[in-house]
Write a protein that binds this ligand. Structure first.
Ligand code: B12
Ligand code: SF4
Ligand code: SF4
Length: 250
């Protein structure tokens, strides 16, 4: 029954456009900060359904767009490139939110109260910018990938170029196995993401009983052309997302 329901949810999410779907059981969230554990958000939560949708390299790699335009200034061109980034960012975020809401409707109808979550949204606190719930931790605990040195979830299929969304549910679904192998190639074999001033010392994170090195994020201007490599040394904006060779880049 739970296996059947789990498969039904995965098929539904994929039929609505999710590229990857996984399920984590709530007992895997040991170590989540107080106030941000699935049970803090939905008491009697049993599982978290996590979906991912691709974000294209063709959008990240947009240095060449309208280059040497006869009709736009360099400043205009820069804001158009930012629109290119934002249109896919916003569309993917909201598409996944719709899928999450439909998963919650479906599970509610089966008798399992559920909580869909926004793809984005944060508040500035003393420790930095934080949201309600960490989708990248949930995705790793749902077997969709591992967290890389660049702080992002790296998937075997698309590297870090997926956006994520989670739905917390009281349904006791069948969890996916965790990935055995680290997708990140590591500092020695790669280390490309560390070539920006955004990252500091490498720390050991423990998620779902797995230790992995993650570089401390010191600064990120993420949503504007303030990314240190925007239009300059590297061919990618949102450098740490675009440059990463971990996983495939289908
Ligand atoms: C705030 C935020 C930011 C902030 C701060 C990021 C940061 N690393 O601190 C800023 C604006 C700088 C940012 C930038 C970017 N972001 Co951002 N961001 C978020 C957001 C909205 C919230 C993250 C968060 O606060 N989570 C909740 C807190 C509680 O958890 P946390 O900070 O992740 O975790 C820390 C602890 O609280 C604890 N923890 C938390 N939960 C758990 C659970 C367990 C079990 C354990 C053990 C520990 C633990 O461990 C961490 C270390 O202390 C998420 C969406 C989301 N809700 O997840 C997207 C998200 C992380 N961002 C994303 C992306 C892609 C980016 C950018 C590339 C740019 C962009 N705009 O798209 C850059 C990349 C920067 C980088 N290399 O990390 C994606 C990542 C996708 C992926 N493949 O991993 C997310 C998931 C958005 C999405 N819906 O897909 N982001
Ligand atoms: S998105 Fe750009 S500014 Fe933000 S951490 Fe990555 S490389 Fe740095
Ligand atoms: S750029 Fe290289 S070192 Fe950085 S996260 Fe990706 S695979 Fe790991």
């Amino acid at each position: 029954m739970q296996q059947e329901l789990s498969e039904e949810i995965k098929d539904f999410a994929k039929s609505r456009g999710a590229h990857i779907v996984g399920i984590a059981s709530v007992d895997r969230f040991e170590g989540a900060p107080k106030g941000h554990h699935p049970e803090d958000l939905l008491p009697s939560a049993k599982s978290v359904v996590v979906i991912g949708m691709r974000y294209y390299q063709t959008i990240l790699d947009n240095d060449h767009l309208c280059k040497d335009s006869e009709i736009l200034s360099e400043e205009n061109r820069s804001s158009l490139r930012n629109f290119m980034f934002r249109f896919m960012y916003d569309t993917v975020n909201s598409e996944m939110q719709v899928i999450g809401i439909h998963i919650a409707h479906f599970l509610h109808e089966k008798g399992y109260p559920s909580m869909p979550l926004p793809s984005s949204g944060w508040a500035g606190g003393p420790l930095g910018r934080h949201g309600l719930f960490s989708h990248r931790h949930a995705a790793m605990l749902a077997g969709l990938g591992t967290i890389g040195l660049n702080n992002l979830l790296l998937t075997p299929q698309y590297g870090p170029r997926v956006r994520l969304n989670s739905t917390i549910t009281t349904a006791p679904l069948t969890p996916n196995s965790l990935l055995e192998e680290q997708v990140c190639l590591g500092e020695e074999k790669c280390g490309l993401c560390l070539k920006t001033p955004c990252f500091g010392e490498i720390q050991d994170w423990n998620v779902g009983g797995k230790n992995m090195p993650v570089a401390k994020l010191l600064n990120c201007n993420g949503l504007d052309p303030g990314c240190p490599n925007f239009g300059e040394k590297q061919p990618f904006i949102r450098y740490c997302w675009g440059v990463c060779p971990g996983g495939a880049n289908e």
